[in-house]
Design a protein around this ligand. Structure first.
Ligand SMILES: Nc1ncnc2c1ncn2[C@@H]1O[C@H](COP(=O)(O)OP(=O)(O)O)[C@@H](O)[C@H]1O
Ligand SMILES: CC(=O)N[C@@H](CCC(=O)OP(=O)(O)O)C(=O)O
Length: 310
């Protein structure tokens, strides 16, 4: 994405060497996960896997293993994936450059075809394959499957001039989500992997920002947690320092002074909506950290940015 990240966003943490950890210490670490396994047993956890967090094959494998582990200890992970950089790469091959307005891709007809192919054909199936190889049973879905995500053309009002509206092409705004197909899959021990594509009243296709789908799905599923994996340590302040905790009022201030830009705009807005709609804990975390999901869900380690409704 073309927006400038605050300074600290660039540094990816290195993979730790655990060869020196004694077996009894490893057992102790496993035992410390018990309270979290008990707390989240049977609960739905919506995981947004951002396109920017999925660029390294080793990290992708860690991610798939984490999802399977969460399922095997009794949680209900639901994966919503992105794919912004992967779409950009495919567009470049046909000589097109992505254009973004307020963190959303302007989607003309030709771009829509590429978006569908990359998200549902490539990225989703790669994730499904990795989860299955790690011992899970993943099923890939788009918003069309089971009539899940109804959408309409988004109205994008200019943030500086509210009298101006941008034509975003086939970018969708969610009208409703019917989660019955997700629930049926969960009941049969499958792990749903959802591409952020919706359909409209005339059966037309929509490209929807994946953070928006993840946030709304977490709300509709009454999820316990929404975890958004991205390529920064979390939300950063103007000096590139991590903000570990954000309330609605603080988020308004960050929007107003321009600290949040690009892809972080829909991410924070969706995270806040989910927190306000009753999702108990909402976190934006660094997907470049090996086993980021396990760190966030099964340890007491404070990690990334937690979004609170008040
Ligand atoms: N205040 C901020 N803190 C952290 N990241 C920010 C901030 N403002 C803008 N960003 C940008 O948001 C990006 C994450 O959003 P996005 O590119 O859509 O990633 P993803 O593919 O994970 O959804 C970061 O890489 C960074 O460039
Ligand atoms: C409307 C819109 O912006 N759709 C996104 C869908 C993918 C996405 O959200 O990917 P990330 O999570 O990796 O950014 C796009 O076309 O890039």
């Amino acid at each position: 994405m073309s927006n400038e990240p605050p300074a600290a966003a660039a540094a990816a943490p290195a993979s730790p060497d655990l060869s020196h950890v004694l077996p009894r210490d490893k057992a102790e670490i496993l035992a410390q996960a018990l309270p979290y396994i008990r707390k989240f047993h049977g609960k739905t956890i919506v995981i947004k896997y951002g396109g920017n967090a999925m660029t390294d094959p080793a990290l992708q494998q860690d991610f798939a293993e984490d999802v399977v582990l969460l399922k095997l200890v009794g949680m209900n992970p639901v994966v919503v994936h992105g794919g912004g950089p992967q779409i950009d790469e495919a567009l470049a091959k046909v000589g097109k450059k992505g254009t973004f307005i307020q963190g959303m891709r302007v989607t003309d007809e030709e771009t829509m075809e590429v978006v569908e192919w990359v998200l549902a054909g490539q990225v989703q199936q790669d994730i499904v394959g990795l989860i299955n190889a790690a011992g899970g049973k993943a099923v890939g879905l788009t918003g069309r499957d089971g009539g899940m995500i109804r959408a309409r053309k988004i109205k994008m009002v200019d943030k500086d001039d509210p009298s101006k509206e941008h034509d975003m092409g086939q970018v969708g705004d969610i009208v409703s989500i019917d989660p019955s197909v997700v629930k049926a899959l969960q009941d049969d021990q499958f792990i749903p992997v959802i591409s952020p594509l919706g359909f409209g009243e005339q059966n037309e296709n929509y490209n929807i920002n994946a953070d928006v789908v993840a946030g709304k799905l977490a709300e509709v599923l009454s999820a316990e947690k929404l975890v958004l994996l991205t390529n920064t340590p979390g939300v950063l302040d103007k000096n590139g320092r991590l903000l570990t905790d954000l309330t609605a009022r603080e988020i308004d201030e960050l929007f107003a002074d321009g600290t949040i830009s690009g892809g972080m705009l829909p991410k924070i807005a969706s995270a806040l909506d989910a927190a306000k709609s009753g999702v108990n804990s909402v976190h934006i975390i660094d997907g470049r950290v090996p086993h980021a999901l396990l760190l966030e869900i099964l340890t007491e380690q404070a990690f990334g940015t937690m979004i609170r409704s008040h």
